[in-house]
Design a protein around this ligand. Structure first.
Ligand code: CUA
Length: 315
């Protein structure tokens, strides 16, 4: 029971919160029970034959045992399992019609963060965000999975199976969340020094909350004369990062719009607090080895604190 207690949580395939994850969970249970039954049968057979030490078997008897126990039995079991897996496949990897691509969320793996683009009706994207995907409850979400540098892997254990993100290719995955909540999704393919610090959060929300959130994302943060915002411009943060509602807008680093509302910063590396944002600005390399953002420890401490306070408040 203590061991089983470890199976729940926000990053567990054994605590499904989506249709595809439920199908995989069902497969897991069938395999565990099936494997248990085969193990018990073999153990019972072993005990039975060990107790009945009779005269040696004839060659014919032994051949029959090999034919039935070594050929027929495994063939039937494997065929049944294959049939079950083929039957289950459409539930795990739903066929995605070409039209669904236009309404799909584009997720690109970068070293070491996630670029996320939400669709607009005109085939363009409505807004970009980073390291956090929000989804409306009960609606199938299609993801176009890409990578810019090396192979990463997209995996939300609570919602479904994983799929590789390969440079030069677009893989498609559809997931249907069935429960609201916050889930964690790790990068599931070794991609470099900070592979272990590359995760994103998935927030499944009621449809109306999701609509409010998307509207706020599109609006961004209209310019205000706040000190933190002026400092962000003065220190050149917007050469790489974007803040919707601000000009200029960089596109090479994670989009910072509504960053204060995210579950974490640095793609799952740190809890989202102004102190941690300041720590990250000062020295990203000490938190995420191999990150492309340089250390900004030459920026005065009071400016970093002001910027961190401003970013933390963007909710
Ligand atoms: Cu990206 Cu591992």
């Amino acid at each position: 029971m203590l061991l089983l207690a470890g199976c729940s949580g926000r990053q567990s395939a054994l605590d499904p919160a989506g249709e595809e994850a439920e199908a995989i969970y069902g497969l897991f249970i069938v395999l565990v029970i099936g494997g248990g039954v085969v193990w018990l049968a073999v153990t019972a057979l072993f005990i039975h034959s060990a107790r009945q030490r009779q005269a040696p078997w004839t060659a014919e008897h032994a051949n029959r045992l090999i034919a039935w126990g070594g050929v027929a039995f495994p063939s039937v079991v494997l065929l049944l399992l294959l049939g079950y897996a083929v039957w289950l496949m459409p539930a795990i990897r739903p066929w995605t019609p070409a039209e669904a691509r236009t309404g799909a969320i584009e997720v690109t793996g970068e070293q070491f963060w996630w670029r996320i683009r939400y669709p607009a009706l005109n085939g363009q994207y409505a807004f970009e965000t980073a390291n956090e995907i929000r989804l409306p409850l009960g609606r199938p979400a299609t993801f176009l999975l890409k990578a810019t540098d090396v192979i990463h892997s997209f995996w939300i254990p609570s919602l479904g199976g994983k799929m590789d993100m390969i440079p030069g290719r677009t893989n498609i995955l559809t997931l249907t969340p069935t429960r609201t909540g916050i889930f964690r999704a790790p990068c599931a393919e070794f991609c470099g020094a900070s592979h272990a610090y590359m995760a994103f959060s998935v927030v499944v929300m009621e449809e109306s909350d999701f609509d409010t959130w998307s509207r706020r994302q599109v609006e961004g943060h209209p310019a205000t004369p706040e000190k933190g915002r002026l400092l962000i411009q003065r220190h050149g943060c917007l050469g790489c990062h974007a803040l919707r509602g601000s000009e200029p807008r960089g596109g090479t680093a994670p989009d910072l719009t509504l960053i204060g509302a995210r579950q974490s910063i640095g793609a799952g590396a740190l809890a989202n607090t102004p102190d941690n944002i300041a720590r990250f600005i000062r020295s990203p390399s000490s938190i995420k080895p191999g990150a492309k953002m340089p250390d900004f420890d030459m920026v005065p401490e009071s400016d970093i604190a002001e910027i961190a306070r401003y970013l933390g408040g963007l909710k």
